[in-house]
Design a protein around this ligand. Sequence first.
Ligand SMILES: Nc1nc2c(c(=O)[nH]1)N[C@H]1C(S)=C(S)[C@@H](COP(=O)(O)O)O[C@H]1N2
Ligand SMILES: [Mo]
Length: 417
Amino acid sequence: MPDELIPIAGNGLLNRRSLLKAGIVMGSVGALPQANAQGQLRPIWAQSPGAGVSGYGQPSAHEAHVQRGAFSLQVGTNGSGASRSPLQHLRGTITPNGVHFERHHSGVPDIDPEQHSLTIHGLVDRPLKFSVNNLMRYPMVSSIKFLECSGNSGVNLRPEPAKLDCANIHGLVSGSEWTGIQLSTLLDEAGIQSQAKWVIAEGSDAAKMNRSVPLDKMLDDAILAFYQNGERLRPEQGYPMRLFLPGYEGNASVKWLSGLRLSSQPAMSRQETSKYTDLLKDGRSQMFTFPMQIKSVITSPSPGLSLAGKGFYEISGIAWSGQGSVKRVEISADGGRTWAEAELDGPVLPQALTRFRTAWQWNGGACVLLSRAYDDHGVQPTRAELLAARGEQFFYHYNAIQSWQVNGNGSLENCYA
Ligand SMILES: Nc1nc2c(c(=O)[nH]1)N[C@H]1C(S)=C(S)[C@@H](COP(=O)(O)O)O[C@H]1N2
Ligand SMILES: [Mo]
């Protein structure tokens, strides 16, 4: 190993800057052939003009394998199910709209924006009804935020580690720039009455899914979102408009929003009683767990993205917290014995996916890779710590450290280490 390479933890974790400075050639397709004067060595695609312009661009045909993972449709229902973002194929922090994860309780409604409206009623001075066109005239704000279903990663509660890829374990999280109207603007216009403490948000899908949201959150940073990464929301994400609640469990961000009813009490709807509550060790249920806790996962390498022989690699992944910004991410390549601080891509934004990276020299041996993230409230627990604290009967809000077993042949798999 050249002297410049500075180890930062056990089993090959290296200072990334020292690796870049040392100018290591990570891979090369071989010596360059000499092109002749006629340019006969031009690749086939450069020998004649290519396709022309298009109205709406599509990914390269060579990337057709980048698809949402694990479509699960609930048996006996129409359109109820989930699909997951292919985290292992994405780098950066913004999820392309076509692979944003989906969770629908009754399929994707085909809403005509001309006929859709939003009603604000209940404990308000002036009940209001807005057409979509009306709303488009209001001032809007944009911010980059993650959205995570609180059922994400729950498969890791199984007694044996499920041999699934990163998408199928952790892909119920995505990151986007959301643009819309601050909800406080509309609520102020309706005039909030003093007894109002909750806002019951209702969607216009066949499930008429509804959730109760604390009024304080609505006034703080809730958005009535119309745009996702610059374009109008995809139908799957709530076209023509959805509620977006930064940092909160995904279920509360009601899609296809049609009603907001101000109330002194929560509605105690299906999605906040029978679902999205966690059974505690003492048999009681924890309701209204709104902010998602600190979490991280190594997306590369990960199961399905095998290592092609020993040598240098970038270990990269995403971290996020519903309670603020990611403060620090640490990586271990020796099953948690030693840890190195990863570099975070800036700017590190609150309640947004944060990309972390570190350099690694794999010696070709079997080992376990882990990442653990910190926010202002603490650090991700190990799986054993999470189970000890919360019992084994909960399902939602799983945020334990993920470990990936690296095998001697370069393949990776889910493990509980
Ligand atoms: N109206 C309505 N809103 C909804 C849902 C739904 O089925 N209907 N699913 C919820 C759940 S459980 C989650 S996790 C998020 C998923 O949002 P996405 O499909 O845009 O990723 O939307 C929430 N809002
Ligand atoms: Mo969800």
